[in-house]
Design a protein around this ligand. Structure first.
Ligand SMILES: *Cc1c(COP(=O)(O)O)cnc(C)c1O
Length: 355
């Protein structure tokens, strides 16, 4: 069996959820789209037994959760893409976000007996999805008149919440607060909003990334919450060989050994979702020490400089990110964000809950 694996820590996931609870009085909609940010949709939802609701990107994900026995509210963050999804949404008690007129029109045509809750999405400044604030009273009136709609809520999304003193975020919060409808549930904050913008908490917060133990933050600022990595991506050394000074390593021979040195081969590569491009150096952990990745990352393997790891041998565990090596750090070196690394793990990589 290939040694590459993502180990999942249920205790860390529950811990991060409790950190969110400690930060807010709002209810918590745990965001589990994109296969639970790569951790496994059903595994995450089943572990987060205390979540008040779950947020997913599609009907397919919502149905997977219902099939797994998840009882909480399941919010479809982009609503439905096609009117044919509406009867299924009603049947399974899912909660769509309504962000555009074509969705309102489709709901007007529904003759079903069943009803569902819905969130109306308002565009407070991100300019991606949602109605303009000026359209909201009309949309509310239209939806309130429909027999298939039960409770309504108002939802918006922050574009720059990780910028701690962003005027744009304050403007989004102010715009959101001006829209008041009695009895409506309200939701605005993602992870960065929860951590940095208390005024954005409203009734429902929507943490994604922070549940998985990561956070976007400016370099060299202290961590505002104590999160634990849920996923550790690891593999093993499958070869250790001494190379001569001047030897070229891997495809394209892009790395030349500056001296005689031990080079390790790790059984993980871009075929598992490990990034192929690095803008700055990145290291892995072997025997608790950092070993720089050298040469190009291959599909199933990568090569590392073992000069700093005394006694390294075939079979040693290698940590690519997670425990002891924050995924934020690896993402930064790859010129990307932790979201893409976590979501980008491929199908072939086994996920196993850590005992
Ligand atoms: C993905 C998503 C979130 C979660 O964002 P994080 O930055 O991962 O916390 C919240 N709300 C909406 C609408 C989303 O699409």
């Amino acid at each position: 069996m290939r040694p590459a694996c993502a180990s999942l820590d249920a205790v860390a996931l529950a811990h991060n959820f409790a950190e969110v609870r400690a930060l807010t009085k709002a209810r918590i909609m745990a965001i589990v789209k994109a296969n639970g940010y790569g951790h496994g949709l059903v595994w995450v939802a089943k572990t987060l037994t205390k979540a008040d609701a779950f947020g997913v990107a599609s009907l397919e994900e919502g149905l997977e959760l219902r099939a797994a026995g998840i009882q909480q509210e399941i919010c479809l963050l982009e609503g439905f893409f096609d009117a044919r999804e509406i009867p299924v949404i009603l049947h399974h008690g899912l909660t769509p976000v309504i962000h555009d007129h074509y969705q309102v029109e489709a709901l007007k045509a529904v003759r079903a007996e069943q009803r569902c809750d819905a969130w109306i999405k308002v565009d407070t400044g991100m300019h991606r999805l949602g109605f303009d604030p000026s359209e909201i009273p009309r949309v509310v009136a239209d939806l309130n008149a429909l027999p298939c709609i039960a409770r309504l809520g108002l939802l918006s999304h922050l574009a720059c919440a990780e910028e701690v003193d962003s005027a744009a975020t304050q403007h989004q919060i102010d715009t959101f607060e001006k829209l008041v409808f009695p009895g409506f549930r309200r939701s605005l904050a993602n992870s960065a909003g929860i951590v940095h913008w208390r005024a954005a908490h409203a009734d429902f917060v929507r943490p994604g990334l922070m549940l998985y133990g990561a956070l976007l933050k400016a370099p060299n600022t202290p961590a505002p919450v104590r999160l634990k990595p849920v996923m550790t991506l690891h593999s093993r050394l499958i070869s250790v060989r001494w190379r001569r000074a001047g030897d070229a390593i891997g495809y394209g021979g892009t790395y030349r050994c500056p001296q005689d040195m031990p080079v390790g081969v790790v059984g993980v590569g871009y075929g598992d979702g490990y990034p192929r491009e690095f803008h700055t150096g990145v290291s892995v952990l072997v025997r608790g020490r950092r070993a720089p990745v050298i040469g190009r990352v291959s599909m199933d393997m990568l090569t590392i400089d073992l000069r700093g790891v005394a006694g390294a041998q075939v079979g040693d565990e290698v940590i690519l990110w997670g425990q002891g090596l924050p995924v934020e750090e690896v993402a930064h070196a790859a010129g990307t964000i932790p979201y893409t690394l976590l979501c980008g793990l491929t199908q072939r990589l086994p996920r196993r809950e850590r005992p």
